[in-house]
Design a protein around this ligand. Sequence first.
Ligand SMILES: Cc1cc2nc3c(=O)[nH]c(=O)nc-3n(C[C@H](O)[C@H](O)[C@H](O)COP(=O)(O)OP(=O)(O)OC[C@H]3O[C@@H](n4cnc5c(N)ncnc54)[C@H](O)[C@@H]3O)c2cc1C
Length: 469
Amino acid sequence: MRGGRAGVAVSPADVMAAGLCIGCGSCAAQSDDPEARMDWDRYGQLKPSGGGWLTIPSERFSRTCPFAPAAANEDELAAGQFPSASRIDGQIGRFEKAYVGHVEESSFRADGSSGGLVSWVAAELLERGIVDGVVHVAPTADPQADGRHFRYTISRTVADVRGGAKSRYYPVDLSRALEAIRSTPGRYAVIGIPCFIKAVNLLRAEDPLLRERIAVTLGLVCGHMKSARFVESLAWQMEVGPQAVAAVDFRVKDPERPANWYTAQLVLSGGESRRKDWWHLVDGDWGAGFFQNAACDYCDDVVAETADISFGDAWVEPYSSDGSGTNVVVVRSPALQRLLDDAGQAGRLRLQEVDAAFVRDTQAAGFRQRREGLAYRLAVHGSGLPLRKRVAPRSTGLAARRKLIYRLRRAISRWSHRFFHLARVTRRPGLYLAWARAMLRIYHGLTYSRGRAGRLFDRLLGKQPASGG
Ligand SMILES: Cc1cc2nc3c(=O)[nH]c(=O)nc-3n(C[C@H](O)[C@H](O)[C@H](O)COP(=O)(O)OP(=O)(O)OC[C@H]3O[C@@H](n4cnc5c(N)ncnc54)[C@H](O)[C@@H]3O)c2cc1C
C-alpha cells in the first residue's frame, strides 16, 4: 500500500453516515458477504447495501474507499504511479503533456459528447491489442426492467466501445465490472470520473490481480455526480412520466450551436422523443449543484489526477463556441503520449499542445469550487470523518458574497434531494419545480447579479466580480 494511514478502521456505514459515499461500489466488490451489492437509496443514489457487512469496520476498506480516512490521497497515489513525470502542477497534478483538440477520423467527434477522444483512445487500445476489454458506461437495453438507465459494462469490440460514447451524468457503480475483471483473465482499460479512478488505483495498490489486469485508466474531468432523479426531473419538465423514458441523451450534439449550450433528449417507449435546452430547466445550471452527491463537496480532484490520461471539455473560447466539440487532454503515461503524438502526425487526430494554465482555465469554476470552496466548506462544516485532503480548512480572505455562493450551492445540493423526494412521494412535481425555480433565481442573483435578486445582492453585498460561478 502506498501512502495510506494504518490503524484507522471504518465501515461502509460510517462513510455513508458521514455523507461521503460516492457509490463507486469498490466496497461491494471486495466484500466476502454474498449479500453485498449496490442499491438505490431513496434519493436515487447508489449505495452499498445487503446486510451485516456494511457495519463491520475494516482497515482494508478504510484504505481503499476513495473517501475514507486511511486512503492515500491523489498526490500520494500519483507519486507512486508517475514517479518520473516531467511536469507537476498544483491543480492538474503530475503529467507529461497536455493538449486541446479532437478526433479527425471517422465519426468519433460527431458521436462523442466532446471531441470524441475518449472513445478513440479506448478503441485504439483494443485495436492495438493493448487491452482485451474496455470498462465503460453504456445504456441498458431495457431501463424500466433493469431499474437503471446506464451501467458499467465491458466492451470487447471497437463497435461496442463506440456504441457507448457520450457522457452519462447518472449514478453507476463498478462492483460487477470489478468482479468480472477478477473472474475473466485479460487486460482491461477502465474509464471513470476522478473518484472512481482513484478507487481503482487504491484497489490496484492492494490487489496484485487487479494491478496486473487493469492495464490503463482513462479519467473524465468532473464537475460533480448527479443522482438518478435528474432524469426524472427532465421527464417532468418535458411533461412525460419517468416510466415512459426509454433512452436519455444528456447532451445532443449540434454543430450549429455553441458546445456549452447543452440540450437534453429523452426517447420515449413509443419511439417519440422530447428535447429541452438545459438553460430552460429549473435545475440545468451545472454550477448550482442540483442533485449533486454530497461526497462531491469533499473532492479536490477535478482532472482525475491518478488516471493514465484524462479528458474534459475545452471550456474556453474559441472552443466553447464550436458545437462540434473539443477536448482538453492531460497525459501522464509516456506510452499514451506517444500514441497521441503518432496519431496527430498521421492526421488522425487534431491536437495542439497546451500548458497547465490552459487546462486550468478550461475548468476555472470547477477548481474554484474544489479548492477555495473546499477550504471554506472544511472550515465551516468540517467533514464527518478525518480526510486526507490537499486543501487546508480556511474561511478567511473570502468576500462575503463568495462565502454565500458556496453555502447556497451546498444547500441546493442537499435540499434538491429532499424536495424531489417529497414531490415524488406526494406525486406533486410542482412542489419540487417551484422550489427549484425559486432557488435558481436566488443562485443567479447571487452569482451573476441577475434579476431583482441580483440588484438586491449588489446593494447589500457589493458587486460580484465578472468571473461568476
Ligand atoms: C459526471 C460527469 C461530470 C463531468 N464534468 C465535467 C466537467 O465539469 N468539465 C469537463 O470539462 N468535463 C466534464 N465531464 C467530461 C465530459 O462530459 C466528457 O465526458 C469528456 O470531455 C469526454 O468527451 P469525449 O467526446 O472525448 O468522450 P466520448 O467519446 O463521448 O466517450 C465518453 C466515454 O466515457 C464513458 N462514460 C460516460 N459517462 C461515464 C461515467 N459516468 N462514468 C464512467 N464512464 C463514463 C462512455 O461510456 C464513453 O466510453 C464530465 C463527465 C461526467 C461523466
